[in-house]
Design a protein around this ligand. Structure first.
Ligand code: ATP
Length: 830
């Protein structure tokens, strides 16, 4: 079956598998008066329609990726798309700021920070007279559908503009500033917003466009500072942006193992200075050579007095006599390349915004496209802005608990995790009435960034309740060879930010080593619970050992797998540890490769990614790097498809774009190898373009872990330990503490995964049905829904179906599901 046929098939399936879902925080995702029908849309379906896009307020990385998606999806659907330069001010200043976009107007911008169409803060737009001029210019240009990208101010302005639109047009008609035709054609204004802001301060969406990139900048800076702080045993007080929102400081604090964070939503106790100094001192005694304190720019105490980085420095340096320096990161956080996440977020939200506008009707209320549980969703603009304002009100009234709740579940969970991690201390085993288990951890498969973060989190929590954690080096091979040593509290210091595998890993599963061999070693070391961090081998090893429980009592212990592989192919989780870092590495490499063909080189690059049979990396990189095509195993393609792509590239070379980028998963097709494809491209493109293949190989597994991989690692490690202890305690109770924990139960063999927005445990036995063992793939992969988007943004045809959950029943079902799980352990992606 050809690639296109597969596309059609996939998008026309009546029942799509949804692994992630919508409504945001506690705001209900709306179907916005039937705006979305959830029907697939096709090329040129909205021919003749017009829309405008602008960016306003502070800029953020990812705005360009969003604008690119809006322009391309708009053109694909047959619309005229106007780029409105300089935000609201551009609208007021006139038609010279309205540029009709072409496909190539947005070429080469997917990874650029900032916004190429300019942003501005406009005081004139705050006045009715300014909005009157803006309305006149828009109506004259025939633009009455707008996508606004900006923060809450921009969206508040948009709401007001929509409310006033009719009266503005009436006034313009009355004053003869509009013709009857202009008036009639633009009677209604439809508005869709996308939140572009590094602050992540908008209620109703898990993430705003730009936050993840800003977090990347902060972590890069902290990593850099850590090396010098280490040399001189310094304390660094880092001030980060976020205005009145502490998200950046909170996520950065988690990802950098910071000693302390100050955020506006969670002010410290009145005598915090004493606690802070005690904590820093304690960490020094525990062997830390440096301290990191993160201060959100809006941090305050319980009475609302600002806590400045300078004051924090003064407290530390005078009381503890530690050499303390302040670093205010400032605008660096807004700059630099856009992270893979923000590029993909921009592409998904931008495309959805166009679709939503096209299906809006005269009475549609303004709304925002956000993301919740990794699924785009509609948020009623007025409600979301109101709620965002209520956070500020709650903080002004010192109702901090309320402010945290209003921020949403994502924020709450991150804060809980941070508080939990920061309060951990090794337990002194004086009172020994409770059981203190001996647990073991190993890493198998290939290295994936973030593995060390999982292990640190697991070890620290285990140590805080008096359990012993044994580290098994080099996987099962190491276990067989007796490479086992205890990991203490101190041993895992600084592990969160280290890439690779500090325990060492092998691609050998349990069966290959021999079950008898493994059982003997588990017995020798008295191992009562085993955590295996790794890829598909980790999953299959847990399954193999569990299946052998009848034969080996040593395997009747909690056996947990934390998915960690750049391939993202472990069943039971939407994301594996390491795949975000790999994505960012590959996207950076693709940016460099593309740059090498700047000028008039007319060159096509084929980049081969890892992933085994799983096309996750090739697909998401395709979307994030603005590739022309991405070839994966899950979506079969024929020679005709490749030839069609050559024709497409030849056509492209006639335009001002002189380069092409193709991404191929290493196992996309046994016969159409990268070599073959490069040769075919070279031959068929002769005289028009040259072709080069880049097999980027092991670079993909390297690098320092991204904030996402670090933080997901912390959460996975934390949940794995809690679950293991819960299982052990339960069995110990049942056995009246007389027997070792013998478990035959399928629920003691688990994969720790993230599904929708929650961390879940799934029995490996339940995952057997959902797994294609031959190709080492889950049978359902959520990201396949994004494939049509890659094709459309690469100027191919595909049938696109909105990712937004629109049916009221689905939304209700989701809410019920979520509410039921409200008390369970939950965690959001970022
Ligand atoms: P950021 O979060 O980066 O600050 P923002 O969109 O909140 O972005 P603002 O400066 O608050 O940034 O708003 C951007 C523009 O939106 C303002 O300059 C103004 O033109 C318009 N705007 C904001 N609030 C209103 C309002 N209440 N009425 C009319 N226009 C507004």
């Amino acid at each position: 079956m050809s690639q296109k046929e597969t596309n059609n098939l996939k998008t026309e399936e009546p029942k799509r598998e949804r692994t992630t879902s919508a409504p945001c925080g506690r705001l209900k995702s709306h179907n916005v008066n039937g705006v979305q029908e959830g029907k697939p849309v096709a090329k040129d379906q909205f021919s003749g329609r017009t829309l405008g896009v602008f960016t306003s307020g502070g800029d953020s990385q990812g705005m360009n990726a969003t604008v690119r998606a809006i322009v391309r999806m708009g053109i694909y659907l047959g619309c005229k798309v106007y780029l409105i330069h300089e935000g609201y001010q551009g609208m007021i200043d006139g038609e010279q700021n309205f540029k009709l976009a072409t496909w190539t107007s947005v070429s080469g911008i997917v990874g650029l920070g900032g916004t190429v169409i300019g942003s501005a803060r406009s005081s004139e737009f705050r006045e009715r007279s300014g909005r009157l001029r803006a309305a006149k210019n828009l109506a004259k240009a025939g633009i009455n559908s707008l996508v606004c990208i900006g923060g809450d101010g921009t969206l508040t302005g948009a709401d007001l503009f929509k409310k006033e639109w009719k009266s503005l047009l009436d006034e313009l008609l009355e004053k003869n500033e509009l013709t009857n035709e202009e008036f009639e054609n633009n009677k209604f204004l439809n508005i869709v917003g996308i939140v572009g802001s590094i602050d992540n301060d908008f209620c109703g969406t898990d993430m705003t466009v730009g936050t993840n990139s800003a977090l990347h900048r902060i972590i890069e800076a902290i990593d850099a500072i850590v090396t010098t702080a280490f040399s001189h045993q310094r304390c660094f007080v880092m001030e980060v942006m976020g205005r009145h929102c502490g998200y950046l400081a909170l996520a950065a604090g988690l990802a950098s193992e910071a000693d302390w964070i100050f955020i506006p939503e969670h002010p410290p106790e009145p005598n915090w200075e004493d606690h802070l100094c005690k904590r820093l001192q304690y960490h020094r005694i525990a062997g830390h050579r440096l301290n990191i304190v993160i201060v959100a720019e809006g941090a305050c105490d319980l009475e609302g007095n600002p806590i400045t980085s300078e004051y924090v420095k003064k407290v530390i340096s005078t009381r503890l006599k530690i050499d303390t320096r302040v670093t205010i990161l400032g605008h660096v956080q807004r700059g630099g390349a856009t992270s893979a996440y923000d590029r993909v977020l921009g592409a998904r939200l931008g495309s959805e915004a166009v679709l939503a506008l096209m299906m809006s009707h005269d009475e549609s209320p303004p709304f925002v496209i956000g993301i919740s549980g990794n699924q785009p969703c509609y948020i009623p603009l007025v409600e979301a802005v109101e709620r965002t304002k209520n956070v500020a009100k709650a903080m002004a009234n010192f109702e901090f608990r309320k402010a945290i709740e209003l921020r949403g579940a994502s924020f709450e969970r991150n804060l809980e995790t941070y508080i939990k991690m920061s309060k951990l201390q090794p337990k002194l085993l004086v009172d020994d009435s409770s059981r203190h288990y001996t647990l073991a951890v190993m890493n198998i498969g290939a290295p994936a960034a973030g593995v060390n973060s999982v292990i640190r989190s697991f070890v620290r929590q285990a140590a805080s309740i008096g359990c012993t954690v044994l580290a098994i080096q080099d996987g099962f091979e190491g276990l067989a060879a007796g490479l086992v040593k205890e990991l203490e509290w101190k041993s895992v210091y600084g592990w969160t930010g280290i890439g690779g595998s500090l325990l060492g890993c092998q691609r050998i599963d349990a069966k290959k080593i021999g079950f008898g061999n493994i059982a003997a070693k588990l017995k020798k070391y008295n191992i009562e619970g085993l955590l295996i961090v790794g890829g598909f081998e980790a999953f299959s090893s847990v399954l193999q050992l569990s299946e052998q429980r009848e034969n080996f009592r040593e395997f009747c212990i909690p056996l947990l797998c934390v998915p960690a592989t750049i391939s993202n192919n472990v069943p039971g989780s939407d994301f594996s540890i390491g795949c975000d870092t790999a994505l960012n590495e590959i996207v950076t490499i693709c940016d460099k490769i593309k740059q090498s063909a700047l000028g008039s080189k007319r060159r096509v690059f084929l980049v081969e990614t890892m992933g085994g049979y799983c096309g996750y990396l090739a697909s998401v990189v395709g979307l994030a790097s603005g590739a022309d095509q991405s070839y994966i195993f899950e979506e079969p393609f024929t020679i005709n498809d490749i030839i069609e792509d050559v024709r497409h590239l030849k056509e492209k070379m006639k335009s001002e774009l002189k380069r092409g980028l193709l991404i191929r998963n290493e196992m996309a097709n046994k016969h159409y190898t990268s070599d073959f494809m490069q040769n075919l491209m070279s031959e068929e493109g002769k005289g028009v373009f040259s072709a080069r293949a880049n097999i980027i190989g092991h670079m993909q597994q390297g690098g320092v872990p991204t904030p996402f991989d670090r933080n997901l690692g912390i959460k996975f490690g934390n949940k794995a330990l809690v679950k293991m202890i819960e299982l052990l305690n339960k069995t110990a109770r049942e056995n009246k503490l007389t027997e070792p924990p013998y478990m035959l139960n399928k629920d003691s063999s688990l994969v720790v995964g993230i599904r929708r927005s929650q961390i879940q445990f799934t029995s490996v036995f339940d995952l057997v049905e959902q797994t294609d063992f031959e190709h080492r793939l889950p049978k359902h992969q959520w990201w396949l829904n994004m494939r049509p988007l890659i094709r459309i943004l690469g100027k191919h045809e595909a049938v696109y179906k909105s990712e937004v959950m629109t049916k009221d029943e689905d939304v209700e079902e989701f809410i019920e599901d979520r509410d039921e799980k409200e008390d369970e352990d939950a965690a959001t992606l970022y």
